[in-house]
Every structure is written in C-alpha cells, then in structure tokens.
Write a protein that binds this ligand. Structure first.
Ligand code: CUA
Length: 268
C-alpha cells in the first residue's frame, strides 16, 4: 500500500530544513566572516592573588583582573585604539561575572580558578565592565570601565594595589600629614582606598579637583566645599555607582581641616 505524504507536511519539513540551514550558515558566518570567537573561559593557569597589568607591546596588553565584593581591581583601564587585551580573571570571595559591554566578553570570575578572554578594541569609546552574577548587596555597584582613547599612546590603569608592577605609589610619603591618621582612626580607609584600588567607596587618590558624576546625573568638582558637605551629610550628594550608604562621620573642625590638607596633595 502506498503511503501518501500530506503536501502541507512536505512544506513544514522544507521550512524546518531551511531554517536549520540558515541557522548553521549564520554560525559559520559569525565564526569565519565576523571572526567572533567563543572565549575559552576556564584555564588551568595558576591562580593569582594580586591584580596586575602587563604591557607586551605597543598594542598588546594583559590584565590580571580581580573581582571581589564589590569592585574590580583594577577598575579603570585606558588603552590606545587598536589595543588587544588579554584578560585573566579570578575572584577573591564569591562567584562574580564579568561582562564588557559592546564586546563578546562574558566570563565568570570564580574563586581558585582563572578565567580567560581576549578582546580587541578597534573603536574609541567607553566600554563598561559589569558584574553579571548576583554577588550580594553591593552587586549593582560592581562596575569598571575600559576606555579606548584616541588621544593616548601609553596605557593608564587605575585601581591596582601598590606592589603590583604597574603601581609605584609610595603612601609612606603622606605619613607627615595628620589627616592620614584621622582617616585611619575613623576607619574611612575601610571603604575609601588611598592608593587608587577599588573599594566600596570612591578612592581618595587624585580626588582633589576630580570631576564626578552624581547619582542624580549632575556633575560636581571635588573641592573643599564638597568634601565638607560629603563628610557632614553623606547622603546629600552620592557619586554615581556608589550606592552603599556612608555613615555620618563626626569629625572635629580640626580633623576635617587635616583630612582636607591630605586630600589636596594625595596624588600619584
Ligand atoms: Cu560581583 Cu555581582
């Protein structure tokens, strides 16, 4: 007995095969034509505990990125146009995610494991670095940026702890300022680093005269007035990206003046 195929069924099979063929063709086009590679996330490299930045050539760089609650170290990398960046990432605490907006970099940062990705930046712009894995109350503040800047020839890396090969800041030179003792005694440095490394609050390094975008979208320049206000009324104006509430800091007028004297000179 001859079995008859319903003509409608034939059409369905044809369409299904066509869709599959287009799908495979697009994958092949992405891989060969657009040169999109899937990052080979997890490596068997030895895990590192210190963030670092290495220059291999004029346009080839390597970053050892540390993710921790709730910051990336380093948090800002400025590179010339056309730079290729090899990213090796790990976590110091819980599992974090690393996504670089506008690129195909999307890896996990897992404790005791080194993930890897590579990206070439041919277009100038600001590529934000975001944590895409929920990691606690500060998760949405966990941000960084890679700036591709056509005006620079040498890379700039902000937020590396002292001791890494890219940082030469010696904080001991600021010991003569009494404000340093005030910051230590009041535990300000538990949330604000002095050396540019990323913490819960903005770093104090190079803060004087810095232009900051506030959470409400306005811009301020960090000056004496702003520092006085930020310490006496921390919630009034919060720097964008830092939503962890800062406690009230009861400093005496003398202590406040000492802190301001230090912040004026704390530059690398
Ligand atoms: Cu780290 Cu979310």
């Amino acid at each position: 007995m001859e079995s008859k195929v319903n003509p409608l069924e034939k059409k369905v099979i044809f369409v299904a095969l066509l869709v599959s063929a287009v799908h495979l063709a697009l994958i092949a086009y992405a891989a060969v034509g657009l040169n999109i590679s899937v990052p080979d996330c997890v490596t068997d490299r030895e895990v590192f505990t210190q963030a670092d930045f290495i220059k291999h050539s004029e346009r080839r760089f390597e970053v050892h990125l540390i993710a921790k609650m709730w910051a990336f170290e380093p948090h800002t990398i400025r590179l010339p146009v056309g730079s290729t960046l090899d990213i090796f990432a790990t976590s110091m605490d819980v599992t974090h995610g690393i996504h670089i907006a506008g690129t195909n970099v999307n890896v996990m940062a897992v404790p005791s494991v080194v993930s890897q990705a590579q990206v070439q930046f041919d277009r100038p712009g600001k590529y934000s670095l975001v944590c895409h894995e929920y990691c606690g109350v500060g998760h949405q503040e966990m941000l960084g940026v890679i700036e591709i800047d056509p005006t620079i020839t040498e890379p700039e890396v902000i937020g590396l702890a002292p001791g890494s090969s890219a940082s030469s800041l010696d904080l001991a030179q600021f010991d003569k300022y009494p404000g340093k003792k005030v910051l230590e005694a009041k535990a300000c440095i538990a949330c604000h680093s002095l050396d540019g490394s990323a913490m819960v609050g903005p770093t104090f390094l190079n803060i004087w005269g810095r232009r900051e975008e506030m959470a409400d979208g306005t811009f301020i320049t960090v000056d004496e007035e702003y520092i006085r206000e930020a310490i006496s009324d921390p919630q009034k104006k919060v720097v964008k990206g830092y939503q962890v509430p800062m406690p009230m800091m009861p400093l005496t007028q003398d202590e406040l003046n000492e802190v301001i004297e230090l912040l004026k000179v704390l530059k690398d």
